[in-house]
Every structure is written in C-alpha cells, then in structure tokens.
Design a protein around this ligand. Sequence first.
Ligand code: ADP
Ligand code: MG
Length: 238
Amino acid sequence: MADISLQNVSKSFGAVDVIKDISLEVEQGEFVVFLGPSGSGKSTLLRMIAGLESIDRGKLLIGGKECQDIAPGQRNVAMVFQNYALYPHMTVRDNMAFGLRNIGMKEKDIEARVADAGRILEMDALLDRRPSQLSGGQRQRVAIGRAIVKEPAAFLFDEPLSNLDAALRVRTRVELAQLHQRIAATMIYVTHDQTEAMTLADRIVILNDCRIEQIGTPMEVYTYPASRFVAGFVGSPG
Ligand code: ADP
Ligand code: MG
C-alpha cells in the first residue's frame, strides 16, 4: 500500500490554476523529490499533503486514510521549513519538545524522544543552547529534530538547504541522505536544485507549470527525459 497517494488532485488560487490534475503514489520509506522551477507548484503540493492548503478536486490518502477532513496536526506528517521557524527564546530541547507538549505527551516520553533525536542528529551537547548560539547548519538540524521527535509517517521538506552556504549545503545534504537510511522514513523533498534531486531521490517528480512532466528514478529522467523541458532541466545530453 502506498504511504501517500494523490489522486487527480487540483487546486486554484482564485482564477489561477496552481495544481493541475496531479496523481502520484509514494511508497513507505521512499525518498521522493519534487523538482521544478520557481512557481511550478512544488510548495503548494507539499503544503496540501501537510494539510496547510486545501484541495479543490481529487483525493489525498495518507496511510490509506482519506485526509480532506484530517487537521494538519493529526496527519502524522512533519514539515521542515526552509527558514527553520525556531522559537528564539527557547532552548534546542524546548524547541524540539514544543510540538509534543502541545499534544499533551508525558514529560518522560518527551524527554526520551528528544534524547533520541539529539543522538540521531549528533546534537546531544547542544540541547541547552538557544538558536542564537547555533550555526545555520545546526539550526537546520534542530528544525529536523522537531520533525523527528514526532515519529511521523512522512517527513516533508521545503527547500531545507537553500539558506545554507555552498559547503554546508553539501554537508547537510549528505547528512540528510544518512538520516533517511538510518530511520527509513518516507520523505518528500522539494527543491529547484538538480544536484540535490539527483543525489537524494529514489524517484524524482518533475513539475512544470503546475503539472507532472515526468516521474522516474534519477537515472531514468536523466537518460530518458520525457520532454524537452525535462532534458533541459536535468541537463541530459543531446
Ligand atoms: P514553487 O514552490 O514551485 O515555487 P508555489 O507552489 O509556491 O511554487 O507556487 C505555485 C504558483 O501558485 C505560483 O504561481 C504562485 O505565485 C502561486 N501561489 C502560491 N501560493 C499562493 C497564494 N497563497 N495565493 C495566490 N497564489 C499563490
Ligand atoms: Mg516553493
């Protein structure tokens, strides 16, 4: 059974169509990248899965359950934003614990989950710092930690590396790939960066003008681009 299933999903903002009849199945444990130019609908599609945007037509299923009426907090997915969205006045520990306290989890369980996330991200030593005492890369890891503690069915990333400098971007990309291997969770990752898509994805979904141009492994979309647009965008030869 697919972990996340989109069936003929469409959306418009006013008179403007931003998602046009998209269908897609994401399998449990898969790393799927939405790749496309700015304005192609990547973030909107991700936000629909997270429950932060409504769906006009079509169906979304997560873990086999239809989602239209499931609130964002109840969907068992965790979104990691590009601007981190950390609380500046809280420690790393409290930033990670915040969402769990909100749903009324016991402090003992929260502590265990935060400790686990700290270990997974190799941040044990930084749990009592505040965001202002961290580097950009470390802040991004806290944002990922906040998702990990929820133990979600799926992680949703919206251009998580775009605020990092080039060297740190590469390092964090490698860490993300390792994280995916370690926790074997479903991940959907939005980017306009071909290299990120090629190196991270099990499958790439190429979006253009709010439609899917092609779905395939990095090798497939590179070797057999379905359109001129795909060939140009992923830099296929000829
Ligand atoms: P991407 O993430 O690929 O850059 P987006 O999903 O952010 O693309 O945007 C897709 C299209 O939808 C763009 O044309 C954008 O201007 C439009 N759009 C996104 N959010 C809104 C909104 N809240 N209201 C109106 N138009 C929007
Ligand atoms: Mg976007």
